[in-house]
Ligand binder design. Sequence first.
Ligand code: HEM
Length: 471
Amino acid sequence: MPAPVRVTGPAAWRWALRFALDPLMATRRAFAAFGPFVVLAEALPVVKRPRAVLVNVPLVLTAGAAFNRELLSDPETWRGVSLLPGGPKNSAARRLAQGLTRTTGQQHAHYRKLVAPPLRRTSVHAMAEKMAQLAEAEVALWPAGETIDIWEFPRRVMRNIAVELLFGGSSEDGYFIADAVSRLMEGKWGGSAFALRINLPFTSYGRIVRDSALVERRLLEWARTRCGKVCDRDLVSIIVNSSDADGNPPSDAVLAGQIPSLFAAAFEAGQSALTWTLLLLAQHPHIAARLLDELRSKMGRTSPSLSDAGELSYLDAVVRESMRILPPVPFQMRVAQRDTKIFEYPVPKGARVILNTFLTNRMPHPYPDGDVFRPERWFTIAPSAFEFPVFSAGPHSCPGYWFGSTAVKIALAAILMRYRLVLAPNTRVDYRVQPTMRPLRPVHARLHPQDGAFAATPLSGRIRDLVTLPP
Ligand code: HEM
């Protein structure tokens, strides 16, 4: 079993700070310096209830399938964290953060079962034609010949698909909640709000607390309109019209706890995957050309029926490879619920562990030349979910695997059949993790009609630290 390297004192603080500033490169450097199991002892100040004492807990950095298997298989000991910020006792912010990722036991099993039917493979297959129509309709509205931001426009496709197919169809409320939940997530993962947690009118944390109250109000009004209208494809209607885990009608707190995290999960990771795939293709002309050939040969030149996107092996390999090299969710965090051990190494209750998908996806076995974007590798490897944890693994693995991966493939095919994206000259691409991986600033690309004349435009930025790109 791997033995940890323990980093203490100011050095631990320095590594924790590096992690806060650039988690991908910090963990990469820590891995190079110390190996796959690093304990930054007493690195994180956390407030311990009920007496609100400040204590230091370790931040544990891990990489590799063995750690994923050990921790993800035992969610009772290693609890996930909410995508949403949380907040003071009895606040809307706290209620909104009670979704599936944080719950365990019977409550978790109950809601997993409820959300499963529309997300399973057969349901997604049945939705694929509609998904393709939605993607086609959205992409047709993009301004051909002009410049777009390749983070913002993919968001529109992925959000439309999710709101239309999983949240009861087009509605002002659906889009409002989707965007408001995204802003709350950014507030948690992107700023100082959580370091400080001061609830005043002018602080970021105070804004999160107030915005959450507004989201909760709007969400509950909207959810109530679904009472008695059961639709087996609409996650909101399913939760509103089903008993809670104790067999009672769902309370407002249950609705406010379960629904927002579904919104949060349903399209942001897909948006991230689509954005980075477009960028990687724009940098790898021969791969883009081969993919376009496959799409044209299997789907015809015009108005493709994209319903059989699952049968396109190169499309599948390109999307997997993109999610391997730039995972939409590069880390998972787990919190020890009791004093416990990782293998033989004791860790105290409250310790935070980072399970590093970004590094796991670069292990020399089964991924030689891990920084190289090479879709063909997927024709010869079949890693387990612990070795390729892009959708996590174990009891809390992503139930949206089929929906998310199909939507990304269908949206990518719709974009590529219509446009060739050319990055603006002197583009700089940096990234942030919030908790999905995204560009730090807008990345501009011109939309040429698709003519197959792919060529890479040189780019700069920290993205070059993560992927081998043409000079
Ligand atoms: C490319 C698309 C997607 C990717 C890469 C992705 C990735 C992930 C990952 C890594 C987790 C584990 C997070 C953690 O435990 O810390 C997760 C959980 C989850 N995902 Fe996805 N996801 C995607 C699409 C979707 C979609 C379309 C839905 C639909 C609602 C969805 C719903 C969920 C839910 C509910 C959870 C929590 C599961 C639980 O805790 O039991 N995801 N996803």
